[in-house]
Design a protein around this ligand. Structure first.
Ligand code: B12
Ligand code: SF4
Length: 463
């Protein structure tokens, strides 16, 4: 049984909680003969007001501001309901998604409750688990195993060592014999070792209720056409799980998965959570053309809420994207200052003004554009941030700020000097607590900038 745990914060983003990582893990387990249930504690989303932890008392004076957060919440099911669901399925193995440092406390709490009530094997995986496997093992004895990296690569060997080499589990251990699975489904294994080829499998979408995942009136699903990104942006850590070698699925396989979702799950919005979907221009062009020419896809919407790298877009690709069903364009600009982008190693092969060309072309094509800025980066100033925002607003672009937070495994994480009490406290690794101050940007300035963006964006919202 695989669980997406509850979380605690001021907000979450219900339209992007599709448990894609767990569905890939589920597929791996199914291939090995397990009967799998995916239990998403966050969907349908429930929230309950809870007390703001004392360490964030500095945010209290702002909670009255109409443009700031109002309350601190626990999102997700109560633990009694989770225990009940686990009892009902009675699993031999439980896997928890552990993607965020900020919400590790909730994973730990859930792990401890599970261990008190059940004797099954308990494992965690995901980005956070991959960043800190040793620390997690040492910190949370309730967790039996920390599986790092992509489940398709690491889970088979974990299953083999755990279930074939002495550890007990109910059921028939023969079914975990790799050789046996290999002969049955030979083509899904890489030839050089025993891991699965993620490009040859689909996430186990069939294990969730598609009607729980909706954007407005329409069912949506997240998927991945590629993994990995060749760049080395200093604030990014996606390479910890997916590496630097972009790895694309065959276009046909992505189209088939979309058709399955369209027909069986009535999905009308397809959200790509790739690290760098548009990096391989030839692949992206071929994919868009396939979608355009296929009658089944009339009226669908495509989006890449994780953002597209503007450096890899051009007028022709934008036009194909529009025809294929992209209506919104999410573009990470990061900072308006080219020198800061350069220092952060942002890809900018086409020059520092190229972003603004893309904006103009996209506007002409009728896209709704959101540009994402990181606020609070080393070297940034308040003036630059306000100027960039004003420029974006003048172009009719929504400017969305993300307050800079610590990302374990990133270059900045290694080199930035951060007070120990912040670095040692995973709760602090989130935007919403304004943890990191720089020489130019105090916490007060960051909070005021955040409020300013919200106020301005609201005033500009179309009626
Ligand atoms: C989609 C997404 C979200 C969604 C939620 C996704 C979800 N279902 O929970 C939303 C938009 C809500 C979100 C929010 C945040 N996110 Co986010 N998000 C992502 C993103 C872009 C993609 C995740 C994804 O679907 N990947 C595709 C799947 C297939 O990959 P995967 O989940 O890693 O799963 C694979 C492996 O990890 C492993 N695996 C995963 N789970 C498990 C479980 C088991 C048992 C096993 C064995 C293996 C395993 O196998 C899978 C298949 O190979 C990642 C970046 C990334 N590229 O992963 C960031 C990322 C996870 N987010 C991150 C962060 C920090 C946040 C925020 C906390 C930032 C903030 N604003 O403060 C917010 C929280 C806001 C809030 N209050 O909700 C960080 C986490 C870093 C860390 N270690 O702390 C990441 C890595 C991005 C980054 N580098 O900054 N996020
Ligand atoms: S382009 Fe995006 S995914 Fe690639 S390294 Fe930079 S931030 Fe990370």
């Amino acid at each position: 049984m695989l669980l997406q745990p509850p979380l605690e914060d001021f907000y979450t983003t219900p339209v992007r909680l599709y448990p894609l990582g767990l569905l890939y893990v589920a597929k791996v387990l199914e291939i090995y003969g397990f009967e799998v249930a995916v239990f998403d504690c966050l969907t349908p989303l429930k929230k309950k007001k809870i007390a703001l932890p004392e360490k964030w008392a500095y945010l209290k004076p702002y909670l009255d501001n109409p443009y700031f957060f109002k309350n601190y919440y626990r999102f997700g099911l109560e633990k009694e309901k989770i225990i009940e669901a686990i009892k009902k399925f009675s699993p031999d193995l439980i896997g928890l998604s552990c993607s965020f440092a900020a919400y590790y406390r909730c994973v730990e709490e859930l792990a401890e409750v599970i261990k008190k009530n059940f004797s099954c094997v308990l494992i965690v995986g995901g980005n956070q688990a991959s960043c800190f496997p040793g620390e997690i093992k040492a910190r949370t004895p309730a967790i039996d195993g920390v599986v790092t990296g992509q489940a398709e690569i690491s889970l088979p060997s974990f299953l083999q060592s755990y279930f074939l080499e002495g550890n007990s589990i109910k059921g028939d251990s023969d079914q975990f014999l790799l050789e046996e699975v290999e002969t049955k489904e030979e083509n899904i294994f890489r030839t050089d070792n025993n891991c699965l080829d993620w490009k040859k499998i689909w996430p186990a979408h069939h294990l969730i209720n598609p009607n729980y995942y909706r954007l407005g009136q329409k069912n949506y699903a997240s998927l991945q056409a590629s993994r990995g990104c060749p760049y080395h942006c200093a604030f990014c850590n996606v390479q910890v799980v997916f590496g630097h070698q972009p790895d694309y699925r065959p276009v046909r396989s992505v189209i088939e998965e979309m058709k399955f979702l369209l027909k069986k799950h009535r999905v009308r919005i397809f959200n790509f959570e790739d690290d760098n979907l548009s990096f391989n221009r030839d692949w992206f062009e071929e994919f868009l053309k396939e979608v355009i020419k296929d009658e089944d896809f009339r009226g669908i919407e495509l989006c890449a809420m994780n953002g597209l790298n503007y450096d890899s877009l051009d007028e022709e690709i934008l036009s194909l994207m529009k025809q294929a069903g992209f209506r919104k364009l999410d573009l990470p600009l990061v900072s308006g200052q080219p020198e800061i982008r350069k220092k952060l190693k942002r890809p900018e092969r086409k020059g520092s003004d190229y972003f603004w060309d893309i904006i103009r072309w996209a506007k002409r094509l009728g896209f709704f554009i959101t540009a994402y800025l990181i606020i609070g980066l080393p070297g940034q100033t308040e003036e630059e941030i306000r100027e960039t925002a004003a420029k974006l607003w003048a172009e009719g672009v929504l400017a969305t700020p993300s307050i800079f937070y610590l990302t374990p495994g990133s270059e900045l994480y290694q080199i930035m000097s951060v007070p120990e009490e912040i670095k040692n406290d995973w709760d602090m690794y989130r935007s919403s607590v304004f943890a990191l101050e720089t020489e130019n940007l105090s916490r007060e300035k960051l909070i005021n900038l955040f409020i300013y963006f919200r106020q301005q964006n609201l005033a500009r919202r179309p009626p």
